[in-house]
Design a binder for this molecule. Sequence first.
Ligand SMILES: [Zn+2]
Length: 438
Amino acid sequence: MNRLKTLLCAASASAILAVSGAASAKDLVIHAGTLIDGVSRTERQHVSIRVHDDRIVAIEDGFTTPAGAEVIDLSDKTVMPGLIDAHVHLTLQLGKGPQQLMAVTNSSFDNAMSGVANARTTLLAGFTSVRDVGGDTPVVVALRKAQKNGTIEGPRMWVSGHILGPTGGHGDASHGFDPELTKPSWSEGIVDGPEEALKKVRQMYHDGVDLIKIVPSGGVASVGDDPNAQLMTDAEIKTIVDTAHTLHMKVAAHAHGKQAIDHASDIGVDSIEHGTFADAESYAIMKKRGTYLVPTLIAGETVYNFARNHPELLSPSVAEKALAVAPRMASNAYNAWKSGVKIAFGTDAGVYQHGLNAQEFALMVKAGIPAMDTIIAATSSAADLIGDSADIGSIQPGRYADFVATDADPVKDITQLQHVSFVMQGGRVYKKDGQIVP
Ligand SMILES: [Zn+2]
C-alpha cells in the first residue's frame, strides 16, 4: 500500500527520533521450543529469534542470549508469525439484533466505537494484521490511523473502505428499505458504469484506502440480490482493476457465482472472496492469473446456523440464501486447494463474533486442507496477498516482531490456535502465559 506514504512516514519518524535523541533501543531474544516460520513447511526445534526494537534481526539455532538482551522464554511453546486475517469487517457485527433494525439504528460513530473494541479483541486473539474489506471509509481509515500511531491497540490494518458495486447489488445497503429512507453512507459505494467506477476508485485512493473491494456477484447477507448472478459488467470490473492497479492498490472481489468468479479472475482481480460456486474451470483461470481464494468458511457456517436457529435476526431472503450457499463453501475451499489455487486465510469477522477468527483453521482442516497449509495461508500467503511480505507474515530478519505462541503444536492440534498463549506485535508483548499484559 501507498509505499511512498510509508516511506515518508518512516523518514519523518526517524528524523524526529534523531533530533530528540529520545529513542531507547530495545533488544530481545525469544527462545522458541518449536518454530514455524510461516514460509517453510518444516518445523524447527530450539531456535532463538533476536529482535531489535520492533523488528526481527536474526534467527539462530539453539538458545542464545546476547549480552543486554531481555530473554522471553517460550522454550516449551510453538512460536509462529503473528496471524493475518485477510477478510474482516472490524466495524460491523451481524447477529446483535434484527439486521434491518441495526442498519437504521447504528450510526457510523457507533460502528467506530465497536471497531476500537473489535480491533483489540482481534489482536489478543493472535491476529497482528488484518485486511478490512468493507466499512465506512472515513471510519476504517481513522481506525487504521489510530492503530498506527498507538492511540488504540489492534492489528495492523489494510482497509478498503466502502465496497464498490452496482445499484441493487451486494453493496447496496438501501435495498429492501422504504425508498424514501436513506443514509449517505448507503450510496457511497454505488457505481454504475465504467465512468462512475473510474471516478470512485480515484476518490477512494484520495480518501486514503489501501485496496479496493468490489462485489461482482450478489451476496448472502444482503437483500434481494442473487449470489449466483454476475451483477457488475466486465467493463466495470476492468476499469476498477486497471485504475486501482495503476494507483498500486489491490482489488478484492466478493464472488459466489461461477461466472463472476471466472470473469473477475480473468480480468485480474487479486483475490476472490468466498468463491462458493467455483468449478475446475474457475480454478484453472485462478491458477493461471495467480488469483487468491479467501474461503471465509466460518462466515458460511455462521449464517447457516442463523438461518436454521435465528432467522428472525436476518433480513428477508437472507436466510433462504444462506441455506443454499453455505454448505458449498467447505468443499469449494478443499477443491481449490487441491487444484493448486493460492489460498489466503480470511474469515469475514463481523458476520460472526470478533475474536473467534481462529476457528476458521479447524474448519479448513475439517474440509481436508493440511494444518500446515492453513498456517501458511494465514501468514506468508496472506502477507503476499496484502502486498507487504517485506514486513509481515514470516519470521525472517527485517520483518516486524509479530509473533504468537501456542502451548502445544498446532500442526498436531489445530484448535491450539483458538487460544494462543502469547501475542507480540512490533516487539511489545500483549499476552503472555495466556494472560493479557496491561
Ligand atoms: Zn465480507
